[in-house]
Write a protein that binds this ligand. Structure first.
Ligand code: J2J
Length: 565
């Protein structure tokens, strides 16, 4: 890994307006901790199932001691650390410890399996893997120590140290990393990193092939965090319930845990996003803010409706009256769902259209209902540049759909990879003058608000979980009996899109749905990448070879199914 090149990839943004970035991610949290040491910072469960209620002073203390412990055990500022933790207290400590030390977490999602983890370990060069013992239950249970065993023995991974939150077995226990004395810890630590340093790496969801590494600069990210906190109306009295996987960019920063801490409020981390569990927490903790993806918003509104129908008989139903703002993003929220969120959850809806690469759009809390219900908002920063273009990169007039390109103070200028594999991809993912090709098909209204109309056929958004058609196709092409395959997102009422693998079998072969699904799992891909549906075809419609034709083929197949329905 050449950390210097990471710095360069994001330096340009950081030099944009240095004065407003004298803020860092550690600095934002630390300021709140100095101002309100006794205020409640975190409500969560830890890896042993114990309830945690930590003040800012307590959380800060743990972060500092853990930062010094990481340093003592060989992790230096600038080092990548592969992190795969669920919504538990240990995540909060580890992320803040990393910001204090200047280590760079590489945020894998709990759903990732050895296929994604190996790839990310290789491209980040991480030598340390921090993970949980077991997540999920029943058939969906995952023992992350098995994933750790795979990473430590794979010859293409540099991971040699594993820290486990929970029962560590042969690995080191994350809880034992922290040094005991906070004063000694402070003395041992170097100054926190400045605003120009890369603070962490996010993973891209739906670009071509395997996940790409997104280097986010501390100062520019801190800017999105404080602006998000302001636009979402967070104050020291706010209580943010986080039910989405917290390592994802959305619950991290839009406004997420970091926005809440920046404002001095309370974060409630929950592992169970079901309405039954979440409604209890909302009532118990007086939750004011939460963030959902559309499928969850559908479940929550349906549950709230059922509860309202039972009113009178349903005594003791949890009280949601503390809720003030419900964010919905990650995938398109229909106007009907938008209306139901406001009506049934009794809160102001805030649409959020963001991406781990940077740009975040919000509807504003004081926007008229028309904007809040029917658009995905406008950029967070006046310095965000938006272009809506046709296939030839020519600007289209406002009101007409086109592909969204963006450039701005906190949007990356390139992906990074320790093995140099990012360069080729960057040439197509960005324009020559540095605009990021989001792949989103949008319409810009004259008032500047964006309406998302769709996306490139090669990226699939399955209820907010992104996947690349190519990544799954590449795996399925290795299944014996498969001659050719195209993975396509088909419209779905609940998830927005569901995946279908169109398979052209080899002569004499007829792979079953089970074969296809098992093969994707066996390749170590996350469960949400396993095709929902499989269709066998004699042949594909003839197209020229190459990437763009591949995209056209996927679009044509999706159209075929739409026409049949
Ligand atoms: C339609 N599509 C949307 C929306 C994201 C805040 C919120 C979300 C993300 C996120 C994020 C959408 N309507 N409201 O990082 O900080 C689709 C677009 C986009 C892609 C990015 C944040 N909100 N999308 O979802 O990196 O296609 O980030 O390009 O996971 O999700 O996905 P991701």
């Amino acid at each position: 890994v050449d950390p210097a090149s990471w710095e360069q990839a994001s330096w340009e943004q950081a030099s944009w307006e240095q004065a407003s970035w004298e803020q860092t991610l550690w600095g934002q949290f630390d300021r709140s901790a100095q101002q309100r040491p006794g205020a409640l910072a975190l409500v969560a469960s830890d890896a042993h199932g114990h309830d945690v209620r930590w003040s800012y002073a307590e959380l800060r203390d743990r972060a500092v001691r853990t930062a010094a412990g990481l340093l003592r055990s060989g992790t230096a500022p600038g080092d990548p650390v592969l992190v795969q933790l669920p919504n538990r207290a240990e995540f909060a400590v580890l992320v803040l410890a990393s910001f204090r030390l200047g280590a760079r977490p590489v945020f894998a999602l709990p759903a990732h399996r050895s296929g994604e983890l190996r790839h990310v370990a290789r491209t980040s060069g991480a030598e340390v893997f921090v993970t949980a013992d077991v997540t999920g239950s029943g058939r969906a249970a995952c023992d992350h120590r098995d994933l750790a065993r795979d990473l430590t023995t794979a010859d293409d991974s540099a991971v040699r140290t594993v820290l486990v939150a929970g029962v560590a077995q042969e690995f080191a226990d994350l809880a034992e990393v922290a040094v005991d004395d906070v004063q000694a810890a402070e003395a041992a630590l170097p100054a926190p990193p400045g605003p120009a340093a890369t603070a962490f790496l996010q993973l891209s969801g739906g670009t071509t092939g395997l996940p790409k590494l997104i280097p986010r600069t501390g100062g520019t990210y801190a800017y999105t965090v404080s602006e998000s906190a302001r636009l979402c109306g967070l104050t020291p009295d706010s209580v943010m319930l986080v039910v989405l996987p917290v390592a994802h960019n959305y619950p991290m920063s839009s406004p997420g845990i970091l926005g809440t801490w920046c404002a001095g409020g309370t974060v409630v981390l929950a592992a169970d996003p079901s309405p039954a569990a979440a409604f209890e927490l909302i009532a118990r903790e007086g939750v004011t803010h939460t963030s959902l993806v559309p499928p969850l918003a559908l479940l929550w509104t349906a549950a709230a409706e059922a509860r309202a129908d039972e009113r009178g008989t349903g005594a003791g139903a949890p009280d949601l009256s503390s809720l003030r703002v419900v964010g919905v993003g990650g995938a398109k929220c229909t106007p009907e769902l938008a209306r139901r969120v406001q009506e049934l959850l009794g809160a102001r809806l805030q649409q959020v259209f963001g991406m781990a690469e940077g740009l975040v759009n919000y509807t504003r809390l004081d926007d008229p209902d028309d904007v809040v219900l029917t658009t995905q908002g406008r950029p967070l920063s006046p310095r965000d540049e938006i272009r809506v273009v046709d296939e030839q990169d020519r600007d289209v007039p406002d009101g007409e759909p086109g592909f969204l390109l963006t450039r701005g103070p906190y949007t990356i200028r390139g992906y990074v990879a320790a093995d140099g594999s990012a360069e080729a991809h960057n040439r197509t993912a960005f324009t020559a003058d540095g605009f990021y090709r989001t792949g989103d098909l949008v319409r810009r209204r004259p008032d500047g608000n964006l309406v998302v109309e769709g996306r490139d056929a090669d990226r699939i958004n399955r209820g907010g979980e992104k996947l690349s058609a190519e990544e799954v196709e590449d795996v399925l092409l290795t299944l014996p009996g498969v001659h050719d395959v195209a993975v396509v997102g088909l419209p779905d009422e609940f998830l927005g899109e569901r995946t279908c693998a169109f398979v052209v079998p080899r002569p004499g072969a007829s792979p079953t749905v089970g074969d296809v699904r098992r093969h994707v799992r066996a390749a170590g891909l996350a469960e949400y990448k396993v095709p929902d549906r499989v269709e066998l075809l004699d042949s594909f419609p003839p197209t020229a070879v190459g990437k763009t034709s591949r995209r056209r083929l996927r679009a044509a197949l999706a159209e075929l199914v739409r026409a049949r329905a």
